[in-house]
Design a protein around this ligand. Structure first.
Ligand SMILES: [Zn+2]
Length: 159
């Protein structure tokens, strides 16, 4: 990560690996720039608010310990500890690693009122959040696998 002070604007994010908050540069790029660095399917989901087909993500079956990061900018978003099988066909999480690492936006597309979830550092569309998740929080983050990049923990039991 580029240290803060060399760029504007910055954002304070939780670094789940180091277990602390860090001020980092926001990642702001034009659609053309994103298009040149992202695979077409990732570009469509993250920068054009697309939705991957249900049950298409290989991350659905990922039960390894690790961190799910933004596919565009690498920001820590979700821990494997918060992942659960919702049966919806999209990777689902109870909570982000930190509320400050994501942004919420009201989404009224498709004739529904939903809450869109975005990466706080680069504005990538990640998915939506719903209130029908497992107890006790009752929150379900329904996230496109294409918007995530999985980093396994250093040590994994049984491997
Ligand atoms: Zn991002």
């Amino acid at each position: 990560m580029e240290p803060a002070g060399t760029c504007e604007p910055t954002v304070t994010l939780f670094n789940a690996t180091r277990g602390k908050y860090e001020q980092v540069c926001m990642v702001l790029r034009s659609p053309e720039e994103w298009k040149s660095v992202l695979p077409p399917d990732v570009y469509h989901v993250t920068r054009e608010k697309g939705t991957e087909p249900p049950f298409s993500s290989r991350l659905l079956r990922c039960h390894d310990n690790g961190l799910y990061r933004c596919a565009c900018c690498g920001t820590d978003l979700f821990s494997s500890d918060a992942k659960f099988d919702s049966g919806t066909g999209w990777p689902s999480f109870r909570e982000p690693v930190d509320r400050g690492n994501i942004l919420f936006s009201k989404d009224t597309s498709l004739g529904m009122t939903r809450t869109e979830v975005l990466c706080a550092r680069c504005g990538a569309h990640l998915g939506h959040v719903f209130s029908d998740g497992p107890a006790p929080g009752g929150t379900r983050y329904c996230i496109n696998g294409l918007a995530l990049s999985f980093t396994p923990s250093g040590r994994q039991e049984g491997r």
